[in-house]
Design a protein around this ligand. Structure first.
Ligand code: TYM
Length: 324
């Protein structure tokens, strides 16, 4: 049976990039194999160093992922820090990680350029991510395009370890959907917390409308034709509208006569409707007092059992006792 795994950092409130890039594909894949989805709170320590906020964001990610359709009866859903074996594996992997591999990591350079402190944790981030993936014998990892290089590093480390110590790790592959590989934000760049251009999945109606109305466009007048090719409005609309509605908006772009304001209203309406059932499910979960904690506690037990199995293999391979 195929193992599917993905993680999301609790560094803020989840946005449309997270949803379309990783959560929706992960939720679709939960039917197809054994899924392990987790909240990457060890990773989040590289940017969130406030315990109250970390707890709040972690619960928020858990709530939102479940509201969007993650089925805990099918998926092992857990907090990364509930399985500390992953840090042991990260250490072992770090001893076979060439410095040059990490020095070439785009994500590290990008985060430092955006003001994140260049700590050792941030530098070694891809090693911990490799440990996440290899610890569960993952086959398929649904992610957005920004994680592609991290998957390449993971595969490099698995090959390297297997060469030194014998066949120990399975070779994972990313699953990046072309249509949602890079979801644009309000300014047309990749939607990202660190760029301040996000639209949150469960934003209040007024907030979401205001954000969409503020989406950056060129200054083509209402009557003139507009270019559908690199429009952020259309890029987001395609994600939620039917093919017929999308085709209609594309035609209206080409013909002219409709202003960006109208297109934005339509985009807001489509997004609001798309997430309506998930908002309802979210309210239900919130009303069930211990539901979140129960799901995560159950997931943690399952994940620890699976992790011990692979960690036993690793410990034996390097010359430690298989278990302690
Ligand atoms: P994170 O928390 O930044 O993002 C979670 C997921 O959302 C995707 N994503 C996007 N996809 C398309 N367009 C966007 N604008 C966009 N913004 C975010 C990301 O690609 C990601 O799939 N390092 C990971 C977390 C992680 C992980 C793992 C993932 C830790 N260990 C093991 C997979 C497997 C991260 O920072 O994602």
């Amino acid at each position: 049976m195929k193992r599917i795994l993905t993680g999301i950092q609790p560094t803020g409130v989840l946005h449309l990039g997270n949803y379309f890039g990783a959560m929706r594909p992960a939720i679709a894949l939960q039917e197809e194999g054994e899924a392990f989805y987790f909240i990457a709170d060890y990773h989040a320590l590289t940017t969130v160093q406030d315990p109250a906020r970390l707890r709040e964001y972690s619960r928020g990610v858990a709530l939102d992922f479940l509201a969007c359709g993650l089925d805990p009866a099918r998926v092992c859903f857990f907090l990364q820090s509930d399985v500390p074996q992953v840090t042991e594996l990260a250490w072992v992997l770090s001893t076979v990680t060439p410095m040059g591999l990490l020095e070439r990591a785009h994500s590290y350079k990008d985060k430092v350029a955006h003001g994140v402190t260049a700590s050792h944790g941030l530098f070694a981030y891809p090693v911990l991510m490799a440990a996440d993936i290899l610890l569960y014998d993952s086959d398929v990892v649904p992610v957005g395009k920004d994680q592609k290089q991290h998957l390449e590093i993971t595969r490099d480390l698995a090959v390297k370890f297997n060469e030194i110590y014998g066949e120990t790790f399975k070779m994972p592959a990313p699953r990046i959907q072309e249509t949602t590989a890079v979801v644009p934000g309000l300014d047309g760049q990749k939607m990202s917390k660190s760029y301040g251009n996000t639209i949150e999945i469960f934003a209040e109606e007024k907030t979401m409308r205001k954000k969409i109305m503020g989406l950056v466009t060129d200054s083509t007048p209402v009557e003139s034709p507009k270019d559908p090719a690199d429009s952020t409005i259309l890029a987001l609309y395609r994600l939620v509208a039917s093919p017929e509605d999308t085709a209609r908006m594309e035609d209206e772009f080409r013909t002219g006569g409709v202003g960006y304001g109208d297109f934005k209203q339509r985009l807001f309406g489509a997004l609001w409707e798309y997430f309506a059932p998930m908002r309802a499910r979210r309210a239900e979960i919130l009303a069930e007092k211990s539901y979140l904690d129960d799901v995560l506690a159950h997931g943690a037990r399952q994940a620890r059992a699976s992790a011990s199995h692979v960690m036993g293999r690793v410990r034996k391979a390097v010359g430690f006792k298989a278990s302690i």
